[in-house]
Design a protein around this ligand. Structure first.
Ligand SMILES: Cc1ncc(COP(=O)(O)O)c(C=O)c1O
Length: 431
């Protein structure tokens, strides 16, 4: 049950009572001159694309620049957090955010690179089992990556790539459809590769159930968590997934092009899976003996190639520390309320203009609502431009969808109301 009301007083009271409200002050909120409150803060709903900058990031990056200036190469061993083991400072926070063991996660590279590295290990096609199963309408990187891997192994995507069509309205793919596809093609499927949250519709997938189904058919399972990490509570270890990859610039607020990450389930930690190797994946105890024989660090860190980019890890370290302080259960609780409020506003106040395409069931979605503009593309673009001009930042997905993601670390109930008010104001300008 909820007590939502479409009034400024109600939204202000809810914001004042929010136990996480002070986290907003830890972010730089992009300004907008037309916003009427004193701070002129814009209304930022784009955490699904690029999360905002935590204020502490500047000092964290400057500190590493200073160490570099003062210590040169010695910075690898000196300073508050010596660079040699810097990535390890992120490990525990990352693991707890993902519901993983510490040796199952590593912050490294970017999403697309990690996806390819993981497929080197986990997509091992044979003549009898050459196929990859993905969703139709997968994010282009995922589509390109799986297709190029199939070709790389000498197979033909025309016959070895299954793109599962949505079977529910609005592009939603049911677990039952995945189950049917596995029942029909499972014995030929090498890898099932699905998102944690679908980027276009905002649909959340049930990782554990999908993994169990796919494993029953002998397939390996990987998840693209770009839109799930920092958005939904995850229990990756318990899900049993073989691997997962993610980027850190969305809900994780790691900054543009931030260092991504990979999860490799513990049962593969010491296995002899093929992998592409680099010196930073070598056992750290003997790495500097510089021997010719690659002896991997057990666990996900054994998949590292290069020494990590410290200036890029510093923001991520700050961000993960904020997630630790806020706690994912509290963030999710607020997220359910915030997104629930936005959905209620759309359905109760704006139903003649907008339609939510993201699943109604909160268990099947995270923060994001994908909102279709009923009047179509031209009106949708005009509305989107109106919102941007009034400092309300979401993003546009062709042909007629605006994605709005209330992010519990820095969004407010008042922001959701500002969105609804701006849509109504735009509608008045058309009459
Ligand atoms: C689902 C999904 N996969 C992959 C990517 C691309 O990741 P990157 O450019 O960091 O490799 C994105 C980026 O938005 C995404 O949303």
């Amino acid at each position: 049950m909820h007590d939502y009301q479409a009034t400024a007083d109600w939204a202000a009271a809810r914001d004042a009572a929010d136990p996480l409200r002070t986290f907003r002050d830890e972010f730089l909120i992009p300004p907008h001159r037309d916003r009427q409150d004193q701070s002129h803060e814009g209304v930022y709903f784009c955490g699904n694309s690029l999360g905002l900058q935590p204020r502490a990031v500047r000092d964290a990056v400057t500190a590493e620049l200073d160490y570099w200036g003062e210590l040169g190469v010695e910075g690898h061993f000196k300073g508050r957090l010596p660079w040699m083991d810097y990535h390890e400072n992120l490990r525990d926070d990352l693991a707890s955010l993902l519901g993983a063991e510490a040796d199952e996660v590593v912050a490294m590279n970017t999403l697309g690179v990690n996806l390819h590295l993981m497929m080197v290990s986990f997509y091992r096609p044979t003549d009898a089992r050459p196929t990859i199963l993905i969703e139709a309408g997968a994010f282009p990187t995922d589509r390109y990556a799986v297709e190029s891997q199939i070709r790389f192994h000498g197979f033909d995507p025309a016959s070895c790539l299954i793109e599962l069509e949505a079977d529910e309205p609005n592009g939603i793919l049911s677990t039952a459809a995945i189950e049917r596809a596995l029942a029909e093609h499972g014995s030929r499927i090498a890898l099932v590769m699905l998102p944690g949250v679908q980027y276009r519709t905002g649909q959340a997938f049930d990782l554990k159930t999908i993994t169990a189904l796919a494993h029953r058919h002998g397939c390996t399972v990987g998840f693209d968590l770009a839109h799930a990490v920092g958005n939904l509570p995850l229990q990756l270890h318990d899900s049993g997934a073989d691997f997962a990859i993610w980027c850190s610039y969305k809900y994780l607020n790691g900054g543009p092009g931030a260092v991504g990450g990979a999860f490799i389930h513990q049962r593969h930690a010491r296995g002899d899976l093929p992998r592409f190797a680099g010196w930073w994946g070598h056992d750290k105890a003997t790495r500097f003996q510089m021997g010719p024989q690659f002896d991997p660090t057990p666990g996900a860190e054994g998949w590292q190639l290069s020494n990590p980019p410290i200036l890029a890890l510093a923001p991520l370290r700050i961000s993960l520390e904020m997630f630790r302080r806020a706690g994912m259960p509290a963030l999710r609780e607020k997220s359910l309320q915030l997104t629930g409020y936005l959905e209620w506003l759309v359905r109760s106040e704006l139903a003649d203009l907008l339609e939510v395409v993201t699943p109604t069931d909160p268990q099947r979605r995270g923060a994001q609502l994908s909102i279709r503009v009923i009047a179509g593309r031209a009106a949708g673009r005009a509305l989107f431009d109106h919102l941007v001009a009034h400092g309300i930042i979401g993003d546009w997905r062709e042909p007629d969808v605006i994605r709005i993601s209330p992010t519990p670390l820095y969004n407010r109930f008042a922001d959701c109301l500002a969105f609804a008010d701006a849509v109504r104001a735009w509608d008045r300008t058309r009459r």
